[in-house]
Ligand binder design. Structure first.
Ligand code: AVJ
Length: 323
């Protein structure tokens, strides 16, 4: 076996911290207040998310895994892929299905996991070195919202860029358009993108998926306050905030909020800021947009990506688009 590949570090920890400072200041001084969902995922938040994926109410992860299990070979063939790039690879858990298909298609295959967390990448790389010693792995520490990082990703063969899990839904439409445009720019002709998208469905099922009976999603939502307490010297008391999940039928997205149970002044030491919450005030912590085929295909088309495949179980879909 080869030594595990070194990490290509495009993102340095100080720029992550700068982004947190900028985003927290902007969001906590906005009206209404809002925080970007990317700060959920510290070690505890990532564990809580893993727990969410096993909840009876949270169907997207199981649905996507089922689609990959059934169709990975077809997807890899339709993409003519020689290399898999995975944006936000985290623990690279569902990726095995696509890597199996890549291997079965006969090309030597290469895998480029991209994540903001060096620890998550190191874990994934060590596991792959043991389970797939022949696979070329080129891990990259990067922020997939940074166009310079996207352009600098390795090109170990014709690429399929996967953005799974429905995470595209965390971007508001303007951010989504910008992001898809940057993907279109980074792809060479003939390369493709595979998107996992959650679909519009019955509001009760959607709300249940984001407000589970066991309260795991509530704990996940409140965890972002612990992140601010630790990283920015804030004094949020997470128990003073109630978890809210609602379906917005106009925007067709789920919105998660934290509602202050009492009036509060929260000190955020590293920002030199005191933030006032009224009793009952709600702060948005995440949107999770749900899609329809015509809508997402039009969005891909608008940035010059050609829809080239659609696989669904009725709840969730995998969309392939070619450059
Ligand atoms: C990982 C972003 C796809 O939006 O469904 C799960 C995160 N939030 N429960 C989603 C999440 C609340 C999840 N994504």
């Amino acid at each position: 076996a080869q030594a595990p590949a070194p990490l290509l570090e495009l993102l340095d920890p100080s720029s992550l911290r700068d982004a947190l400072l900028t985003d927290a200041r902007a969001g906590l001084t906005a009206s209404p207040k809002a925080l970007p969902p990317k700060y959920f995922y510290d070690a505890r938040g990532s564990e809580l998310f893993e727990e969410i994926t096993r909840l009876p109410e949270y169907y997207p992860t199981r649905a996507e895994r089922g689609l990959l299990r059934a169709h990975a070979a077809e997807i890899v063939a339709a993409a003519g892929a020689e290399a898999l790039v995975e944006l936000g690879s985290g623990s690279s858990e569902k990726t095995g299905l696509l890597l199996d298909a890549l291997a079965a298609a006969g090309s030597a295959g290469a895998y480029v996991p991209v994540d903001v967390s060096p620890a998550a990448l190191r874990g994934a790389v060590a596991e792959l070195a043991a389970s797939r010693p022949a696979l070329r792995v080129e891990p990259v520490v990067a922020d997939f919202e940074d166009p310079d990082h996207l352009r600098a990703l390795p090109r170990p063969g014709r690429r399929l860029v996967a953005f799974l899990g429905g995470t595209i839904g965390n971007l508001v439409p303007a951010e989504r358009r910008r992001f898809l445009g940057r993907i279109a720019d980074m792809l060479d002709p003939g390369e493709s993108m595979l998107l996992g998208v959650d679909l519009v469905k019955d509001a009760d099922r959607l709300v249940a998926a984001y407000d589970d009976a066991a309260g795991v999603t509530a704990a996940f939502n409140r965890n972002v306050l612990r992140v601010l307490d630790r990283e920015l010297g804030a004094d949020f008391d997470p128990d003073d905030f109630e978890h809210v999940a609602l379906w917005d039928p106009e925007q067709e997205w789920i919105e998660m909020r934290l509602r202050a149970r009492t009036a509060r002044a929260v000190r955020v030491a590293d920002l030199g800021l005191t933030v006032l919450f009224e009793q009952g005030e709600e702060m948005r912590t995440e949107i999770s947009a749900k899609f329809r085929r015509a809508g997402i295909e039009a969005e891909l088309d608008a940035v010059g990506l050609t829809p080239a495949g659609w696989w669904t179980d009725g709840d969730f879909a995998l969309v392939l688009a070619r450059s």
